[in-house]
Structure formats: structure tokens, C-alpha cells
Design a protein around this ligand. Structure first.
Ligand code: COA
Length: 320
């Protein structure tokens, strides 16, 4: 069986909020945000819902893959910030794109969510339960940000990215090298404990809260480790990889990882400058951007890796 990503799509909200606009809400500056994170602007949903962003990204990915929605048999949506709990966002996407033959469910693994969705879809394919899957990362993080907290509100953005994954029988290729890790004992460094039935005023824990330094240290230590693990499983070396697609939390984190791995920064595409950190949407949006820019050629070798709340981290190796 050969598993490939056959199409990508994305959708960002219309409203672009730059650092200067944020500096009118909290005590910060464009210079501080850019120098610490690389972020200049982010998109913020106003009229758009998570379902709308996900449906639009999904339709674009289907068009890119050139397959009708009826051929999709699995839809996995990764989200932690959709406006709806029930029905799950994936079922609303199924309705929105008319994928009547698909099973659909959501998962939440925070910023590692797209990695987990990919691995779940490949697992279903390897079990013979899916041939064409649609995986989506969508976030409306602006729903859960405290716009008075300069430590968090400067970092995040809203958006959706989607990919169609297809399994074709034929030459048996080695399994896709994938790794996944969690450490729940360190969950307290990035939280949003949204207590049902209470207003935000009654429940200040209902906003994203973060120990930024701890997350920074976690990311620069664990991501290089996970990349090494993936390369070892793939029997490949960092030199052979064309692109490392990493979760877009912070430019300094990615630069530090590139240095650790000993590879040039050009191999690490980045889009947090214009999009901020879109959690589970950041990797699929980046994938769609470089795909549409024509940077991905058949046979190219990619390592895709994410990290985030939970704590969770993981990744996979893929030939385009
Ligand atoms: N504007 C201006 N000053 C700010 C600020 C802001 N937006 N946010 C914090 N500060 C201040 C702090 O209050 C602190 O002031 P003090 O020294 O007087 O107490 C100072 O800047 C330094 O704060 P610190 O938290 O040490 O900054 P930092 O260099 O670690 O950068 C982050 C902060 C959040 C940018 C950085 O820790 C980071 O990127 N962490 C990873 C976060 C992340 O990626 N989360 C998502 C993971 S999926």
C-alpha cells in the first residue's frame, strides 16, 4: 500500500490584525513581538466560524486532489477552539462538503493535532478501513484568548488547513515512519480550563494560560529529539530531507531547532510572520502554502513535526 497526500487547501479569516493593532489593546510593541516571536500579524475570525473555515479549506483540498467528496470515507478534524462541541466539527464539515460516505470525528491534541490526525488516518488505511481521508486542522483561538493578557494574546491566530490522504494498493512500501509522545504530568504549562456553565468573569481559567519559558525549553529540546527518532525510523539522514515542516509557534524556536539539527534555515519554511500560531491549523496551512507555491515536487522527502499543550509532540516522514 502507498499512502500519499494528494491535495491541500486552507482558509484564513478576512480580518488581518497586525502588531500595531494589538499594541492599542495591551502594553506591548511591534518591535517586542517581532523580535521575540517573528510574528508581524495574524488573522482573526469575525463573521467566520470554525466550521466555515474548515469547510472552505476542505473544498479547496478536494479540488486540489481532484476527487469528489463522495469518495472521502473518513474525516478527522483537529480542533481545540471550535465554537461547537456538538455536533462535532467534523460532522458539520461532512454535511458542508456533502461527503455522505464518510465517518467523521474530532480530536484534540492541541498544536500536535494535525500530526495525530494524520497518524490516525494512516492507521485506518493500514487496517484496510479507509482509502481516501480528509484531515483538517482548524482553530478559532481568538474565542479563548484573554485580550487583556499580553503574554498570550500576541501569539495566536485563527485559520484552517486541510489535506486529502489517499491509499493506493500496489507495490508494498515500508510503513510511514511516525512517532507520537505525551507527558500529561507537565500539562499545567499550557492550559484552558473552560468550566461549563460559568461566565468568563466567574472563571478566569477559561482563557489560554501559559508558562512561555517552559514551553520554549520543551520545544527546543523535544523537537530535535523527535526529528532524530523519525529519521532513524525512516533510515534517512537530515541532509537527505528537502523540507522540515514544523509547528509554527515562534521563529526563534524554529531557528534553534534548525541549528540543533545542523540544517540550513531555508529547509524550514515559516509562515508565523503573517499567521501567528494557529495551533493545529499551522502545519496544514503551511503545507498548503508551499504546495501552491509549487515548492513540492514528487519524490521530495519531508519531515513534519509538531508540539504543544498536553504536553504532546510527534511527527512523521513522508515522500511527496
Ligand atoms: N510585550 C512586552 N513585554 C512583554 C510581553 C509583551 N507582549 N509579554 C511579556 N512581556 C514582558 C514580561 O512581562 C517580562 O517582563 P519583566 O522582565 O519585567 O517581568 C519580559 O517581557 C520578559 O518576559 P519573558 O516571558 O521572559 O519573555 P521571553 O523572552 O521568554 O518571551 C515568549 C516570551 C512567550 C515570546 C516566549 O517565552 C515564547 O515564545 N515561548 C513559547 C510560547 C509558545 O510557543 N506557546 C505555544 C506553544 S504551542
Amino acid at each position: 500500500m502507498v499512502v500519499r497526500i494528494t491535495g491541500t487547501g486552507s482558509c484564513l479569516p478576512e480580518k488581518r490584525m497586525d502588531n500595531f493593532e494589538i499594541a492599542r489593546m495591551v502594553d506591548t510593541t511591534d518591535e517586542w513581538i517581532q523580535s521575540r516571536t517573528g510574528i508581524k500579524a495574524r488573522h482573526i475570525a469575525q463573521e467566520e466560524t470554525a466550521v466555515f473555515l474548515a469547510v472552505t479549506a476542505a473544498n479547496r483540498a478536494l479540488e486540489d486532489a481532484g476527487i469528489p467528496a463522495e469518495e472521502i470515507d473518513l474525516i478527522i478534524v483537529s480542533t481545540l477552539s471550535s465554537e461547537q462541541m456538538l455536533p462535532c466539527t467534523a460532522c458539520s464539515v461532512q454535511e458542508g462538503i456533502h461527503a455522505k460516505n464518510a465517518a467523521a470525528f474530532d480530536l484534540n491534541a492541541a498544536c500536535s493535532g494535525f500530526i495525530v490526525a494524520f497518524q490516525m488516518a494512516v492507521g485506518q488505511m493500514e487496517a484496510g478501513l479507509s482509502k481516501n481521508a480528509l484531515i483538517i486542522g482548524v482553530e478559532c483561538l481568538s474565542n479563548i484568548l484573554n485580550w487583556k493578557d499580553r503574554g498570550t494574546c500576541i501569539l495566536f491566530g485563527d485559520g484552517a488547513g486541510a489535506a486529502v490522504i489517499s491509499a493506493r494498493s500496489g507495490e508494498r512500501k515500508p510503513e510511514i515512519p511516525m512517532v507520537l509522545h505525551s507527558d500529561g504530568s507537565r500539562g499545567g504549562v499550557l492550559t484552558c480550563r473552560n468550566l461549563f456553565g460559568k461566565s468568563r468573569e466567574e472563571n478566569p481559567d477559561g482563557y489560554v494560560a501559559m508558562d512561555g519559558r517552559e514551553i520554549y525549553k520543551f520545544a527546543v529540546r523535544k523537537v530535535p529529539e523527535v526529528v532524530e527518532e523519525i529519521l532513524e525510523k525512516a533510515g534517512s539522514s537530515a541532509q537527505e530531507i528537502d523540507y522540515f515542516l514544523l509547528h509554527q509557534a515562534n521563529r526563534r524556536i524554529i531557528q534553534s531547532i534548525a541549528k540543533h539539527i545542523g540544517q540550513p534555515e531555508e529547509k524550514f519554511p515559516m509562515n508565523m510572520m503573517e499567521n501567528g500560531n494557529m495551533s493545529s491549523a499551522s502545519i496544514p496551512v503551511l503545507l498548503d502554502e508551499i504546495n501552491k507555491e509549487g515548492k513540492l515536487k514528487r519524490g521530495m522527502k519531508l519531515v513534519v513535526a509538531g508540539f504543544g499543550a498536553g504536553l504532546t509532540w510527534g511527527g512523521f516522514y513522508l515522500e511527496w
